[in-house]
Ligand binder design. Structure first.
Ligand code: NIG
Ligand code: FE
Length: 415
């Protein structure tokens, strides 16, 4: 299988750069009509007007005629809980009847219920189930997914989840890139109820050394009655010392100061941020922490959307992701994410594209490798059904991705 591709007659649409685009720079997306993209051995070697294309041995390449359609970087889903046992449709219905996410969690449901199911499932079953979701993500244009552990909450099961992520990532047939995050600090497990500090000790002394080298990021659910600021700071500092890059679930349910903590500790991203304070926005912008916003979760929980405009207007970098998980947001829909960002978060389609590509790449530390169509980057490319990229939010909640190319290989084609 060659990873040599030529895409002709393309309308190239891409942000540019090797780091997150911040503030008003998020809106500038380069458009090249009558363009060609060339990739060799999975890496982009040329992007530009067809007339300037270098001389090539065309028979060594798979040639795709885009027929004028829009060609964009593949999307990054930079925040998912892809690995989990069981499902929680009962909780979804309780919430529809007025129950709240946190009250279900406090009663021993929520995350703990998925922990119970995950502890009993085999690594093979967890891997196969995640692959089912991956196959559907790819059809929507996702070429990189971040996957968190966090439904083990003991060393053995956290390692089992990271092993499932490793198998997905290392599968030579895998259709996308998988980035691993350790989320042992997703909740205090029932065995440690009322003993949060002891669970933090366990994570620091036992789990961090055990998962080192198996995850790039360390994440935490910084929330009232889960891990509050002092426990979060202590854990994240230890994780940073152990060599992990940091992420936080911050200010999701109440305003707690998670955004400020992310800025203080130099986290790569803080995520959710539905209830971020004004100071949190400013400090994240100043510290260059990517604000990863997850509109599908706000939608599912019937909560207010995160203040995307406030972040952008303060010069911060915003990324968008799905938060796919069995509880607060059982959806991995990229089309609906795009629609909600544009319709309810007042992001322009150009800002939305940047948020799902280059800034998503920055949120997983890969802005140098993917997230834009530029020479030297991996050929993670999608071809839409239409020439006009503005169809993306307008075709509400519907998929207009036609062809998906991942590191130079065609991995999905919808006819
Ligand atoms: O990102 N808020 C914490 N974690 C997840 C939900 C996990 C679950 O409910 O299973 C989130 O929303
Ligand atoms: Fe999450």
């Amino acid at each position: 299988m060659t990873r040599n591709i030529i895409i002709e007659n393309a309308t190239i649409v891409t942000p540019e750069g090797r780091s997150a685009r911040k503030g008003e720079a998020m809106a500038s997306v380069k458009v090249i009509e009558n363009a060609t993209l060339v990739a060799r051995d999975g890496k982009i070697t040329f992007v530009g007007p067809m007339a300037e294309m270098p001389q090539l041995q065309k028979e060594e390449y798979e040639v795709i005629d885009a027929a004028g359609r829009a060609v964009l970087p593949g999307f990054l889903d930079s925040h998912t809980h892809l690995i989990f046992g069981g499902f929680r449709p009962d909780e979804f219905e309780w919430r529809l009847k007025g129950d709240s996410y946190m009250s279900i969690m406090e009663r021993g449901g929520g995350i703990q219920s998925t922990v119970n199911a995950t502890r009993t499932e085999s690594v093979e079953d967890l891997t196969a189930k995640a692959q089912w979701f991956i196959d559907r993500m790819v059809q929507m244009g996702v070429t990189t997914v971040e996957a968190k552990s966090g439904y083990g909450l003991n060393t053995e099961t956290e390692l089992k989840m990271l092993e499932a992520i490793r198998r997905l990532s290392d599968d030579p047939e895998q259709k996308l890139r998988v980035v691993a995050t350790f989320l042992g600090a997703h909740a205090v497990p029932k065995e440690y109820k009322g003993r949060t500090a002891e669970y933090v000790d366990l994570m620091i002394k036992e789990m961090l050394p055990a998962v080192k080298g198996k995850a790039k990021f360390c994440d935490i659910f910084t929330e009232k009655n889960v891990f509050e600021i002092e426990d979060s700071r202590r854990f994240l500092k230890a994780a940073r010392e152990a060599g992990f890059q940091l992420k936080l679930h911050a200010d999701e349910i109440v305003t707690l100061g998670g955004a400020e903590l992310a800025a203080e500790l130099g986290a790569v991203s803080a995520d959710h941020l539905l209830h971020v304070s004004d100071r949190g926005v400013e400090e994240m912008a100043k510290a260059g922490v990517v604000a990863t916003l997850l509109p599908l979760t706000a939608f599912t929980l019937k909560e207010p959307y995160a203040p995307a405009r406030r972040f952008i207007d303060h010069g911060a970098a915003v990324a968008l992701a799905t938060d796919l998980n069995p509880g607060s947001c059982f959806s991995g829909s990229i089309p609906l994410t795009i629609a909600l960002a544009c319709i309810y978060m007042n992001m322009s389609i150009e800002e939305t594209i940047t948020a799902l590509t280059l800034n998503g790449a920055a949120a997983v530390g890969l802005a140098d490798t993917t997230g834009s169509l530029e020479e030297g980057k991996d050929a993670d490319v999608i071809i839409l059904d239409y020439p006009n990229y503005r169809m993306l939010p307008y075709y509400v909640g519907m998929n207009c991705v036609n062809t998906v190319i991942s590191q130079g290989r065609i991995v999905s084609k919808n006819n």
